[in-house]
Design a protein around this ligand. Structure first.
Ligand code: 1GP
Length: 255
C-alpha cells in the first residue's frame, strides 16, 4: 500500500513544519466556477493540502469536484469522508477514519470492512486516522450523524488518553475535530496535552475562523490546521491563514 503522503506528513511533523489545509464540502460549493475560484486561491496561497468531504452527498457534485481539483492543482487532494460513499479513485489519499472518541462500532470498524476491498482496488493512499470529535459548544453535523458523544472540551486527559490509545492501535495520524462550524475551536490546553503525549502528526479543525486561532493551534502542537466554513464565507482568508502558518516555519528554519 502507498505511504507517500503519510511519510511526508510524519517527516515534516518531526521537523516542526506547520501546514495549512483547506476543506471543501462539495455540497457547499454552488457551482464549478466557485470551486475554481477556491482552487486558484489555494494555488496562489501555496496551501499544503485540500481535503474534500462532508456529512452528506446532496448535489451529486462529489466525483466531479475531485476531478476538477485534480485538473487544476498539484496540491494533494485528500478525501475526508463523511460516509462510506465518499471514495473516488482520482484522489491522492483518503483519511481512513476510525472515530475513536465515540463508541459507535460502525465508525470504529464496521464501515471500514465494507470500504476496504474497493479502496484496495482504487490504489488511493489510505491513511489510518485516529479521529476524535471534541465538543465545540454546539451540535455539529458530525456529532449528530455519527450518533456519538464528543469528548468534553475541558477533559484534556480524556483527549490525551484517547489519542495515545489510537497511536498504540497503529493509527498513523490524529485528527482532532470540533466539527464544522463549531462555536469554539479545540482549546490550546487540550492540543498541548495531546501533543506532549503522542508523536503522530496532528490535524486540527472545527470552528477556526481567524489567523490568531490558527497560529495558536500550531503553537500548541497541531501540525496541520484545517479550515472549511470560514473560507467558504470568505475565500480571501485562504491567503491570510496560509501566510500566517507558513511564517511560523520561516521562524523555525532561522532559529
Ligand atoms: C470540520 O475540521 C473541519 O470537520 C473544519 O471545520 O468548517 O468549522 O472550519 P470548519
Amino acid at each position: 500500500m502507498k505511504q507517500e503522503l503519510i511519510n511526508k506528513l510524519i517527516q515534516q511533523s518531526n521537523a516542526g513544519i506547520k501546514k495549512f489545509a483547506v476543506l471543501i464540502d462539495p455540497d457547499s460549493v454552488k457551482n464549478e466556477n466557485d470551486l475554481l475560484k477556491i482552487c486558484h486561491e489555494c494555488n496562489a496561497a501555496n496551501v499544503d493540502l485540500i481535503l474534500v468531504g462532508g456529512s452528506l452527498i446532496i448535489n451529486g457534485f462529489w466525483e466531479r469536484c475531485i476531478d476538477i481539483l485534480k485538473e487544476h492543482t498539484s496540491i494533494p487532494v485528500v478525501i475526508f469522508p463523511g460516509n462510506g460513499m465518499q471514495v473516488h479513485d482520482s484522489a491522492d489519499a483518503i483519511l481512513f477514519l476510525s472515530m475513536i472518541s465515540g463508541r459507535n462500532p460502525d465508525l470504529l470498524i464496521g464501515k471500514h470492512v465494507l470500504a476496504a476491498p474497493g479502496l484496495k482496488r482504487s490504489g488511493v493512499e489510505v491513511i489510518p486516522t485516529a479521529y476524535m470529535i471534541v465538543d465545540g459548544g454546539n451540535i455539529t453535523s458530525v456529532m449528530y450523524m455519527s450518533n456519538t458523544t464528543p469528548i468534553p472540551n475541558d477533559k484534556n486527559n480524556i483527549a490525551m488518553c484517547t489519542a495515545m490509545a489510537g497511536e498504540m492501535l497503529g493509527l498513523k495520524l490524529i485528527y482532532m475535530d470540533a466539527g464544522s462550524g463549531a462555536k469554539q475551536p479545540i482549546s490550546s490546553a487540550m492540543l498541548s496535552e495531546v501533543r506532549k503525549n503522542t508523536v503522530s502528526p496532528i490535524f486540527v479543525g472545527g470552528g477556526i475562523r481567524t489567523v490568531e486561532q490558527a497560529v495558536d493551534a500550531c503553537k500548541s502542537g497541531a501540525d496541520v490546521v484545517v479550515v472549511g466554513n470560514a473560507i467558504e464565507k470568505n475565500p480571501e482568508l485562504i491567503s491570510k491563514l496560509s501566510n500566517a502558518i507558513h511564517e511560523l516555519n520561516e521562524k523555525i528554519v532561522t532559529l
